[in-house]
Design a protein around this ligand. Structure first.
Ligand SMILES: Cc1cc2nc3c(=O)[nH]c(=O)nc-3n(C[C@H](O)[C@H](O)[C@H](O)COP(=O)(O)OP(=O)(O)OC[C@H]3O[C@@H](n4cnc5c(N)ncnc54)[C@H](O)[C@@H]3O)c2cc1C
Length: 376
C-alpha cells in the first residue's frame, strides 16, 4: 500500500518521501510469496468492487509504463458446498455471494457443478455436494514486481525512498506533521501510514487491540508435472470446506516463479507479535497442508516441500479494511487493508490514500472502512 501511495503521489507531482523499516519488496510483512489472487467479484462485500476495478486499470498502466508482466489471467474457481457455514473472509456461502456480486456488476462468470469441475479439471476431486463459482477473467498478480515497479516509477517521478529506517512517532499540529524515525526527524504537510502488521504501533491506543496479527504460511510442493499448473490451463482455486479450518487455496505456477505449486491455508485462532513470529514452517504444518487439506482434493503434487514462507494477516473484528483519516488530525491518513485479501485492491488504495492526503477527499465510498467502528 505504501509503494502504491508513493507512486501515486509522485505521479501527481507531490514532493514525497517513502520510509520503510525494511527494504521492499521483502519477505517479512504481508506482500511476498510470488503470487496473489485477484478476481473482479468480491464476495467479501460489494463495496470492494470499485477498488479492484480501479486497481486492474492501474496494473495495466504500470505494465505499459514498465514493460513488466504484473498479472497472469488464469481464471479462478471458488469451490464450496451450498451452506451458510462455509464461510470465507467473513462471508457465508462464498460461491453464492460471489455470483450475486458478479450478476450485479456484469462480471462474466458461471456457477458449475461438481461433475463439471471434474470434467474441466480432472486433477480436482470435489464432493458431489460441492459446486463452484468460476470467473474466467480472474488471475494472479506478482506482488514483488508490483511493489518494485511502483517504487521504481515513484523514484523516476522524483520521490525519495528511505529504506532501513523505522518510524518511531509522529505528531500532527495545525501547521504540519513531524515524523520521528530512528535516524532523524522530518516535517511534512501530510502523512500516510500503512505499516501492515506493525500498524498497531502507530494508531491511537483505543484501536490497537482491534488489529490482530495472524501468522500464515505459504507452501510450495513439487508437482508431478509443473506445466499442468501453468496459468494458461490451471485456475487458482479457493476451496472452502464445511468448517473454517478446511479452507485451502492453490495457485497457478507462472513459468518464471518458484519451481513448485503454491498452497496456502488460513488461521485466525492465534495472534502473534510481528517482531517475534516464528518464520519457519513446522513439519506438522507441512503435513497438515499436504495430507489433510490438499491430498484428498487435488492430484498432481508430490509430498516434497520445495519452499515455505511465513506471511502476516492483520485482521479487524469484522475482517474489513481500515482506510480513514486519523481521528485527531486530517493531516494523517491511515490504511490497514489486509485481512488476507488486500493486495488485489492495493493499487487503487494507494490512489485513494494519495487523494485523501492531497485533496482531503476521494470519489470512492469508504464508509465500510472507517476507523471509528474498531473502538465500538
Ligand atoms: C498468506 C497471505 C496470503 C494472501 N493472499 C492474498 C491474495 O491471494 N489476494 C489478495 O488480494 N491479498 C492477499 N493477501 C493480503 C495482501 O497480501 C495484503 O493485504 C497486502 O499485501 C498488505 O499490504 P500492506 O502494505 O498493508 O503490508 P506490507 O506489505 O507488509 O507493508 C507494510 C510495510 O510497512 C513497513 N513498516 C512497518 N512498520 C514500520 C515503521 N514503524 N517504520 C517504517 N516502516 C514500517 C514494513 O516494513 C512493510 O514494508 C494475502 C496475505 C497473506 C499474508
Amino acid at each position: 500500500m505504501g509503494s502504491a501511495a508513493l507512486y501515486q503521489a509522485a505521479k501527481r507531482g507531490a514532493k514525497a518521501l517513502g520510509i520503510d523499516r525494511f527494504d521492499p519488496p521483502h519477505t517479512l510483512g504481508s506482500s511476498h510469496g510470488d503470487t496473489r489472487i485477484t478476481r473482479a467479484s468480491i464476495g467479501e462485500g460489494e463495496f470492494y468492487a470499485p477498488l479492484v476495478r480501479r486497481s486492474d486499470e492501474i496494473w495495466r498502466e504500470l505494465e505499459a509504463a514498465s514493460g513488466q508482466t504484473l498479472f497472469h489471467e488464469s481464471g479462478g474457481l471458488i469451490i464450496a458446498p451450498p451452506s451458510a457455514d462455509a464461510t470465507f473472509h467473513g462471508a457465508g456461502d462464498f460461491v453464492e455471494a460471489s455470483a450475486q456480486v458478479a450478476e450485479r456488476h456484469g462480471i462474466i462468470h458461471e456457477v458449475i457443478s461438481a461433475e463439471e469441475i471434474k470434467r474441466r479439471h480432472p486433477m480436482l476431486k470435489p464432493r458431489a455436494i460441492d459446486r463452484a463459482y468460476y470467473e474466467p477473467g480472474a488471475g494472479v498478480l506478482r506482488p514483488e514486481r508490483c511493489i518494485a515497479t511502483q517504487l521504481e516509477l515513484a523514484r523516476q517521478g522524483g520521490a525519495a525512498i528511505h529504506t532501513g529506517e523505522q518510524v518511531i512517532a509522529y505528531d500532527a499540529s495545525a501547521d504540519g506533521v513531524t515524523v520521528t524515525t530512528n535516524l532523524g526527524n522530518y516535517r511534512a504537510d501530510k502523512l500516510i501510514l500503512s505499516a501492515g502488521a506493525w500498524m498497531a504501533d502507530l494508531v491511537p491506543e483505543a484501536y490497537r487491540a482491534a488489529l490482530r496479527v495472524c501468522r500464515q504460511v505459504f507452501y510450495w510442493f513439487e508437482a508431478e508435472e509443473l506445466g499442468a499448473f501453468d496459468p494458461k490451463i490451471f485456475p487458482w482455486v479457493i476451496w472452502i470446506g464445511d468448517r473454517l479450518d478446511e479452507f485451502w487455496s492453490a495457485f497457478p505456477a507462472p513459468r518464471d516463479g518458484p519451481r513448485g505449486v503454491k498452497l496456502v491455508t488460513e488461521q485466525y485462532h492465534t495472534a502473534t507479535d510481528p517482531d517475534a513470529v516464528g518464520r519457519e514452517a513446522t513439519a506438522e504444518e507441512c503435513a497438515d497442508m499436504y495430507y489433510r487439506l490438499t491430498q484428498p482434493r487435488l492430484q498432481g503434487l508430490r509430498d516434497n516441500l520445495i519452499r515455505a514462507e511465513v506471511c502476516l494477516y492483520t485482521v479487524t473484528p469484522d475482517e474489513h479494511f481500515v482506510i480513514d483519516f486519523h481521528p485527531d488530525s486530517e493531516r494523517v491518513v491511515l490504511a490497514s487493508p489486509c485481512s488476507g485479501h488486500g493486495f488485489k485492491h492495493s493499487a487503487a488504495i494507494g490512489e485513494i490514500l494519495t487523494q485523501l492526503a492531497l485533496n482531503g477527499e476521494t470519489e470512492f465510498e469508504l464508509s465500510a472502512f472507517r476507523l471509528a467502528r474498531l473502538s465500538e
